[in-house]
Write a protein that binds this ligand. Structure first.
Ligand code: SF4
Length: 327
């Protein structure tokens, strides 16, 4: 298990802000991966201030999901801001202090000459160091600037690969530094380029090609299955950074013009059991794009992304598949 000291929770800074501004009710949001530290976080804030902490017990997968509750100050851990909350806030991005040198050096042999470097907000302060290590090994290194939801060059979100796409014509491959397949898989599908993932915790290097092919086969099968469907349920997410009502309305119009029935469904949290009794042949998710891609096997009926509806209706070829991103 990772230890709490591996991350910078900025608790002293948070207490200082709360004391200076005399905030009294603090909403704390912690992503699932860091929730094991909730007791220490809550007690440190309560012991260091005169405030009461309300810990958000809902799952929190990204800064797209803001819960202000009845608080006068929001502290959101583990993500960089996407949309500004409606109350005063602090985003503690939880930088990791893990050393990346060893794993980046190890990745060299897997990389082409022109490399795009990517990571999450946890390791974003290491981007310069990663670049230096690779340049010393003779690589041409590029760090792309993202769109408006991306706060740092080289940063990726699970639904926003704009920093990778912005340097696509300059690079032969990408190096993603971080844990897990979630982000590099998205980069691999979005850019269609070679992606190497370097995990500084396990010191392991992996390619994404096999997983990308498997996911694309699943997506093809889901679209084919959905083609038989007549009734489509279009899910509109309730979370601030996931709401795409305009996209949902366009999809409804598009489906209806093509002789299908389509209804809009509002959901905050999207779970298989919430869709179970809704009598549609297929669902389209305009909220977090990862629900359709990563949770594929959890749903009985096909769940498609907006781009996949274009393919289903023959408006786009499967060869031109693009990853659904929130802009
Ligand atoms: S929409 Fe999904 S992938 Fe994007 S930030 Fe939110 S939880 Fe992450």
């Amino acid at each position: 298990m990772k230890s709490m000291s591996e991350y910078d929770f900025e608790l002293n800074k948070i207490c200082k802000i709360i004391n200076e501004k005399k905030y009294r009710k603090i909403m704390v949001q912690i992503p699932e991966g860091l929730k094991i530290y909730h007791e220490k976080i809550v007690s440190t804030i309560e012991n260091g201030t005169d405030a009461v902490v309300i810990l958000s017990g809902e799952p929190c997968y990204g800064a797209c999901d803001i819960n202000e509750g009845d608080a006068d100050f929001l502290v959101h851990f583990g993500h960089s801001m996407i949309t500004e909350p409606g109350i005063p806030y602090f985003f503690a991005e939880c930088r990791s202090n893990i050393d990346v040198l060893k794993v980046v050096e190890k990745s060299e042999g897997y990389l082409e000459k022109n490399v795009g470097v990517l990571t999450t907000v946890q390791h974003i302060n290491k981007i310069g160091e990663i670049k230096d290590i690779l340049e010393k090994k003779g690589k041409n290194v590029f760090v792309g600037k993202g769109g408006k939801r991306i706060r740092y060059p080289g940063q990726v979100l699970g639904c926003d690969f704009s920093s990778a796409l912005s340097i696509m014509d300059k690079v032969d491959c990408y190096l993603y530094v971080g844990t897990g397949n979630f982000h590099p898989l998205g980069v691999s599908i979005a850019t269609k380029k070679k992606v190497i993932a370097a995990d500084p915790y396990s010191n392991e290097i992996s390619g994404l090609e096999g997983l990308k092919e498997k996911i694309l086969r699943q997506r093809y099968a889901a679209i084919e299955k959905a083609k038989q469907g007549e009734r489509f349920g279009i899910v509109v997410g309730g979370k601030t950074g996931q709401k795409r009502l305009g996209t949902a309305e366009k999809l409804k119009e598009m489906l209806e013009k093509n002789g299908k029935n389509a209804h809009l469904i509002s959901l905050n949290e999207i779970k298989p059991e919430y869709l179970l009794y809704l009598n549609y042949d297929c669902f389209v998710c305009t909220a977090c794009p990862r629900i359709a891609i990563d949770d594929y096997s959890m749903y009985e009926k096909p769940v498609l992304t907006p781009v996949e509806i274009e393919i289903l209706l023959g408006k786009r070829r499967f060869e031109d598949y693009v990853f659904d991103q929130i802009e």
